[in-house]
Design a protein. Structure first.
Length: 134
């Protein structure tokens, strides 16, 4: 249980995330640069300050090195955030770190585009490596 603004909400901390569910498969064309783009509008986590849910769109773009991320396992991993209290900026960095550890890409970008709440729109973008146009 976490106390938030005088109310008690049951939500987990980031220690409950399960990056070990992420799986990969061999990328058979490692000499060829291929931009992989994955997007979902089903992103959800919990604001650790207010205890209220945050919703948005998550986009992952990456250049595979030797392996690609298996999509069903990615869905399981992302679903694990539903009940986790984590700040938006930290969520983007945590997803990036876990995906880098999973597939060791040449380059990766994670963008979390949160839905408007309280009149504020937040987009957090974090990057690893040098991109396809750099």
């Amino acid at each position: 249980m976490v106390e938030a603004e005088g109310r008690t909400f049951a939500f987990d901390g980031p220690d409950k995330l399960t990056p070990e569910v992420l799986e990969t498969f061999p990328y058979e064309y490692p000499a060829r640069e291929a931009l992989v783009e994955i997007e979902t509008d089903e992103w959800s986590c919990v604001c650790p300050f207010s205890g209220l849910p945050d919703y948005g769109t998550l986009a992952v773009r990456y250049l595979p090195s030797n392996v690609c991320i298996e999509l069903k396992s990615l869905k399981y991993y992302l679903t694990g955030y539903r009940n986790v209290g984590i700040y938006q900026e930290h969520a983007a960095n945590r997803v990036l770190e876990d995906l880098i550890a999973c597939c060791a890409p040449r380059w990766m970008e994670v963008e979390l585009d949160y839905r408007l709440r309280g009149g504020l729109h937040t987009v957090v973008t974090v990057v690893h490596g040098e991109g396809p146009d750099e």
